[in-house]
Design a protein around this ligand. Sequence first.
Ligand code: NAP
Length: 291
Amino acid sequence: MRIGFIGLGKMGSAMARNLLRAGHQVAAYNRSREKAEALASEGARAADSPADACRDSQAVMTMLADDRAVEQIVFGENGVASALAGGAVHISSSTIGTALARRLAAEHALRGQGYLSAPVFGRPEAAQSRKLIVVVAGPSELVELCRPLFDAIGRQTSVAGAEPWQANAVKLCGNFMLASMIESFGEAYATLRKADVDPHVFLEIVNSLFASPVYGNYGRIIADEQFSPAGFALKLGLKDMRLALETAEECAAPMPLASLIRDHFLSAMAQGQAELDWSSMARVLARNAGL
Ligand code: NAP
């Protein structure tokens, strides 16, 4: 397919590269142009603006930091909304709020354009090795049309529903589960360190009890305090807890644990951890224990 790809950060650059490798034509745009030029050496066309990335594209995929960035890229000057052809599809893979997903679906529909939410699970290494889990929601004919793109970037595609924002709700609840795991590792490790037990010994038992690569990976990162360079920046983790709470409020479903974790991410931000990996939130629990 002919694809525009916008947002070549840690995740987007790997996803766009895998689309190229799968044989799709990619016009790539990034706010800082050098990242688009790096991809041009691998066969992409470096686009000059979001609108230029949409030119002749059957689909445009966005992988941007947050709601604000998506709004600027879609509705700003030379944005996606004004340039995407009628019948072409915007696939939004950024982790954004459910309210913005509903607005995107409505605005694209007004212009005769399609819209899918397709957020992903997996860190940059998973994006590089095509092991992302893609959660998609939207009209089924658009999901089927775009399935080859999801196959090119991930190992699994799950369809969350016919309303695009449902995929964003799934993504936010998934990140809430991951953040809950970071919270519990932080609390358990702090207690065990005070009890003079090596967290690595505890991790052996956790790996046996839970047998989950996610527990294994985060358990090791937190035990080794290997928080830099960040795979997923803590400031983005805070954004996701805020968005999860917004969705919970829309659905009138309290998430008291998400509120607690949001505050722990805020404490970590206040301690200068914005650019560290989000698992460094465990340091808040260690500090609370006097460590
Ligand atoms: P990142 O490396 O910080 O990349 C962010 C991208 O957004 C960059 O291309 C950046 O452009 C662009 N951007 C930021 N603000 C912008 C603005 N105002 N206007 C235009 N472009 C803007 O982040 P990432 O880790 O790839 O994450 C991207 C998205 O995926 C986020 O929504 C994140 O929550 C989600 N996600 C991340 C992970 C992960 O493990 N990292 C996993 C799953 C989902 P510049 O290059 O010019 O700064």
